[in-house]
Design a protein around this ligand. Sequence first.
Ligand SMILES: *Cc1c(COP(=O)(O)O)cnc(C)c1O
Length: 426
Amino acid sequence: MFTIKDHLEVRNDHLMIGGADTTELAQKYGTPLYVTNESRVIENFSEYTKAFPDADIYYAAKANGSFAILRMLAREGAGADVFSYGELYMALLAGIPRGKILFNGNSKTDFELRKAVELGVKVSVDSRDELHTLSEIAEKAGKTAEIAFRVNPDVSPKTHPKISTGLSSSKFGIPSKEVVGIYREASQLPGISPCGIHCHIGSQILETAPFVEATQKMMDLVEKVTGAGIDLEFVDMGSGLGIPYKKGEDTPKPRDLADAILPVFDERTEELGISPKLILEPGRYIIADTTILLTKVNTVKKAARNFVGVDAGFNLLIRPAMYESYHYVVVANKVASKPEETYTIVGPICETGDILAEDRELPRVEKGDIIALLDAGAYGFSMSSQYNGRPRCAEILVNDGNSDVIRSAEDVGDLMGKQKLPARLM
Ligand SMILES: *Cc1c(COP(=O)(O)O)cnc(C)c1O
C-alpha cells in the first residue's frame, strides 16, 4: 500500500483530502488553492483537549485566522491568543468568548489597549511602559484590566532562530529577574488586576525537554510571585509544539507534552497550595497538517537544476523562503507513480529566493500537473501577500467529500484595494 502522511489517502494515483480528489478540486476551483480538511482540524484540537482535560486551549489565531477556521474552533470550545486588534475583532466575530481571549503583543498601540479594556479581554503585558499606559487607559474608562505578564524564561527551544522567542536575547517578555518587582508594581496601580503569568518559548519545537525546562522556570516564578502576595488565577505556557513536516519524522504529540509537563505543573502547584488554570496556545499543531496548497505546473526547465515553475510562490507560502522550511511535496495527479527525477519547485515571483522545495525525487513532471505542498495550514495563507501584483488565492474547506469556498480568490480589482489618486494625477 502506498501511504503519504497518515491522514491523506491516495485513490487511482490521485491525492485525496477529506474524501475529495485534489485534481477535481483544482479543476473546479482553479489554482493556486488552499484546501483544508475540516475533520482534521477538529481531531487535532481534540487531541489537545483530551491530553489536557483541565486546561483551556487558546488557539493562536495568527497561524490561520480565516473566519471559518475560527468559527469551527469556537464551536469546539477554543479560546484565542490574539496579537492585534484585527485578530481580536475576528475572534469575537467568530464567537470566541471574551473571557477566553488573551491579547498578546510586545508593541501594542494605545488604540489596541483601549479596545482590549473596552471589550474586557485579558491582556498579556510585555513591558513596564505598556503596564502604565494600560493602567491609565483602564482607570479613565472606569474598568479593571485583568493582566498577565509575558515573561522571558530564558529557555533555548532548539528551533529556527527566527521562531525562538524565549531566549534572554529575544524582544519578547519581561526578563526573569524583573518579574517579581513588576508584579508588585502592578498590584499597586489603579485599573490593573495582575492575575496570570504567560510565556511562549518558540515554535516548531520537536522535543519535550524545552517545555519541561520552561515549566520548571515558570513555576519558580509562580512561587516567587505568589510569595509576594499575588494571587495567580492562570498560568499560560504558550505553545510551540512542532509537527512532522518530513515524512516519517517522529515528533511529540499533545499527549507526550502532557506527560512531560503536567507532573511538574501539578506537583509545584500542589506544593504551593494554589490551583491556577493552565492555558496553552497551540497554533501550528491545530492547523498545519489540515491544509494543502495545490499549485499547477506552468513550465519544466532543465537548467542549473531541473526547475518546475508553478503558479504559487512565496506570495502564498513564505515559510520556505523565510525560515528555510521544508514542505513535503507530491504530484497530486501522479501520487503513487515511481519517482524518476530530481526537481526543484519554484514560484512565479521575481526573486531568486522564490523556491518552494529543493531537490525532490518525483515522478516525471509535465506542464499541467498539480503539485501539492503538504502541511501548509499554519503560517501559510495568514502570511500571504499580493507581492508582484498577484491577487491572493481561494481557500476551501472539505468535509466528507464535499467542498465549500471559505474565502474567494482575489482578482486584479483587489489590487486597487483602497488606493486613491490625488486629483492632480487624474
Ligand atoms: C505564535 C504564538 C503561539 C502559537 O505558536 P505555535 O508554535 O504555532 O503553536 C502561541 N502563543 C504566542 C504568544 C505566540 O506568539
